[in-house]
Design a protein around this ligand. Sequence first.
Ligand code: UDP
Length: 478
Amino acid sequence: MENHKGQVIVVTYPAQGHINPLLQFAKRLASKGVKTTLATTPYTIKSIYAPTVRIEPISDGYNQSGFNQAPSLAAYLDSFKTVGSKTLAELILKLNASAGSPPVSCIVYDSLFPWALDVAKEFKIYGAVFVTVSASVCSMFWRVVNRRQSLLMLQETDDDRGLVNMPGLPPLAPSELPRGLVNMPGLPPLAPSELPSFLSQPESETHSPYLLVILEKFSKLEENDWVFCNSFQELETELMDEMLGLWPLVMVGPMVPSAYLDQQMEGDIAYGASLWEPKADQCMKWLEEKALKSVVYVSFGSMAEIAAKQVEEIAWGLKASGLNFLWVVKGPEGKLPDEFLESVGQAGLVVPWCNQLEVLGHRSVGCFVTHGGWNSTLEGLSLGVPMVVMPQWSDQPTNAKFVELWGVGVRVKKNEEGIVSRDEIEMCVREVMGGERSGEIKSNALKWREAAKRSVSVGGNSDDNINEFVAKLSMPKE
Ligand code: UDP
């Protein structure tokens, strides 16, 4: 057998924020001599370019535009479970039958697919989950879902009741519902509004369908051979200490292409996947004309839908700041106020999608206004770009809190109507670009950029962890 390092199938959910880190992980494994296949839905494959990785389809049962065709998230994931398990097993048989390749020895699967662990068990091979949120957020879900840790109330107030009762679990006793700060091992005290949104909905609201998915995905962490996390040791040290021995947590990130971090993987200048066409040339040309660190880059990721009223406030807040801005507005541009673009002229560029890493890596960019998606947060941190975080849902409120704790940016505050006003936006970008604290924020951003780089460079913690995993792959699972 030519290759003694085994063969790995990396299975990704077909969304931008999942494909990017999982494909990057597949590329890292391939760069270390592991034969690696990325498995995703057939309609996603055309958007992926990664010459060192084999790309193969598995089915979600829909096969045109997946999630959009499904009646609900639960129905979609159910279908993925049934059809995906079957097609993943078929893929393993097909790869095992290819001449000259070592047999598949491990499945690394997106945490949205807990069923992939059953497929790994069926084939008696290693199973590893890849979580696309921070280890801190992962630990919160795990603790809450498993009820290992009751949520302690550190402060007694009458408002801010935070945690929903978990469907399928005995209801939380009133004394377990957080009202003040929530204290969990390895984490800073968090206000209910700083918890992931699925945990902090008022009791009266129906459970988010995502909560049910989370319940399932974080219930079996201990059964994995590895729990890979797109983060790095230095960033979440205290949490790592607390998690020791609970489940096999292994930090492998940040999963940002090498060109932005180190020189290890030649030619690794992009994730290699884009579900939308980026206006790359237009962005670069526009950025080239701008002065050093003079541009505010604004993007809310691939999923968030920003209400028209909020878009308007952002628009006028950016205009009032007097700063240059490059803004990704997904969906109908009609949400922008009519006279806005005319009034900003060359100071602003609005595009439907860009190559975010290329933009963040450009010398003209001095600030990143982000929704705080975990990938965007890590990208801003790894490229040393100070951030203004405007969280929308999911893990974003928690990531926003961490951005402040790491000292690499600020969080916006909402007004009584639940909107971030134009004045607030103007104030936050000014603060980061040139305000009183901007010097300190910039120097922290550079410090964290170096730490991110260290972790994936030769001898760094994340790189060592990947090497250990690769070494283990050649040994059969007991
Ligand atoms: N992204 C991009 N171009 C854009 C906006 C986003 O390439 O115009 C990428 C970004 O680099 C990140 C991903 O899309 O890797 C979004 O993931 P994130 O976790 O930040 O947010 P989500 O889309 O999952 O909410």
